[in-house]
Ligand binder design. Structure first.
Ligand code: ZN
Length: 399
């Protein structure tokens, strides 16, 4: 996959502001009923595909993937619990969290007691709808606020799950942005959760924005691969189909699979708040109001800073190592004084002090307590003045 010319030029689609673009994308993605397979995943990839030239992969149900098997595909037309007057008291069309993901088809008349084992609530958060799945055990169920369950009478109720579970495909999207080397950085965003904003949608929005920014960079040391895939089974499916790529992966971000001891890749997870550490996790309270544009932008810029380190970290040698070189003679003292100028000079002095041919720029920034970007700028100025030269390295420095 190559990047379209307009993307190379960095022309953003839609609003100019990254925060606005990411929240606008999340608003469109939020209502879709995503799961590990199905129309919701494809519709999600369609929306991401408006911004990025994604290559789409379809892996047939039944495909063996390490210890797992790609599931039958799940799609839903309608699902509800209606009282005896025909009023829908739990309605998938109102909120897709109301239906347990991968619910098998059902059409029955049940009393509340018969229905109760299929109803999921949160007693301690009585106004929130929980998120439940049953991917690998054939079952059906509804999720609802506990307060609503307590208001239901004995019934009977008409229970309808108009879903299909049938051989189809697992779908994922992939974008390869070539760099000067085949060494790869892989970034994964999961596309399997329904109407949950922080858990999945923020990752999709930030990854899309990031892919646009990386593609717009004039040059890249690394090749970057972005995956938009369902969690666990999607990551494992990709891993099973790309054995030849794995030795080239130097850095990456996903959850749990890539760093398994069988793969042993230097892949970690990036998240503002780990799952289980916020009460809204996997509930209807993880909605669009829960995610702020400023936080999305902060995450996006933080990952861009990581990319900056990956792209620009390097080892240098001080070419004038016998004491402090005369910066003024080389025009390296900024003509305007002040705090910023002092910082720039300090970054140069720290860099000269540690550039012994073994310490990398990130090491120097860490020791000096400076931003990597400042040390990088200092090293560039010093190299231009002939005071610093790069040292050829064996492989990458690692992060
Ligand atoms: Zn989740």
């Amino acid at each position: 996959v190559t990047i379209a010319a307009d993307r190379r030029a960095g022309a953003p689609a839609g609003p100019e502001d990254p925060g606005e673009r990411m929240t606008a994308m999340m608003r469109r993605l939020f209502p879709l009923c995503r799961s590990i397979t199905g129309d919701g995943v494809r519709a999600t990839l369609d929306i991401v595909g408006e911004r990025l030239p994604l290559e789409r992969h379809a892996v047939p149900s039944g495909t063996q993937v390490f210890d797992w098997t790609v599931n039958d595909e799940w799609n839903v037309r309608d699902a509800y619990v209606a009282d005896r007057h025909g009023n829908r008291v739990v309605d998938f069309r109102e909120h897709n969290l109301h239906l347990v993901s991968y619910s098998a088809p059902v059409r029955e008349r049940l009393t509340l007691d018969q229905l109760r084992p299929h109803l999921h609530t949160l007693r301690d958060r009585p106004d929130w709808i929980p998120y439940r799945t049953s991917y690998y055990r054939r079952d059906w169920g509804f999720c609802l606020p506990h307060r609503q369950l307590e208001a239901m009478d004995d019934g009977p109720y008409d229970v309808v799950v108009d879903s299909t579970l049938a051989p189809g495909e697992l779908t994922y999207g992939e974008l390869l942005i070539p760099g000067e080397t085949d060494d790869e950085v892989i970034l994964t965003a999961h596309v399997c959760h329904p109407s949950l904003a922080n858990d999945n949608l923020s990752g999709i929005a930030v990854a899309t924005e990031l892919a646009g920014a990386v593609a717009a960079m004039p040059a890249r040391r690394y090749t970057y691969r972005f995956l938009f895939a369902p969690g666990t089974i999607g990551s494992l499916t990709w891993l099973s189909r790309n054995a030849e790529v794995l030795p080239r992966i130097r850095h990456g971000y996903d959850e749990r699979q890539f760093n398994a001891i069988g793969f042993d890749l230097a892949v970690g997870r990036l998240s503002r708040t780990p799952h289980g550490e916020y009460p809204e996790y996997h509930t209807s309270a993880d909605d669009l109001d829960f995610v702020q544009a400023a936080e999305l932008v902060d995450s996006y810029r933080s990952i861009l800073r990581i990319v900056d380190v990956l792209e620009n970290d390097g080892v240098y040698r001080n070419c004038s190592p016998y004491g402090e070189p005369q910066l003024g003679r080389r025009g390296l003292y900024p003509s305007v004084g002040g705090r910023t100028a002092d910082d720039a000079v300090m970054a140069m002095l720290w860099t000269l002090a540690y550039a012994d041919g073994s310490a990398g720029l990130l090491d120097i920034a860490t020791v000096a307590g400076l931003d990597f970007a400042d040390v990088r700028a200092a090293s560039a100025a010093l190299a231009d003045a002939g005071l610093l030269e790069p040292v050829a390295e064996e492989g990458s420095s690692g992060a």
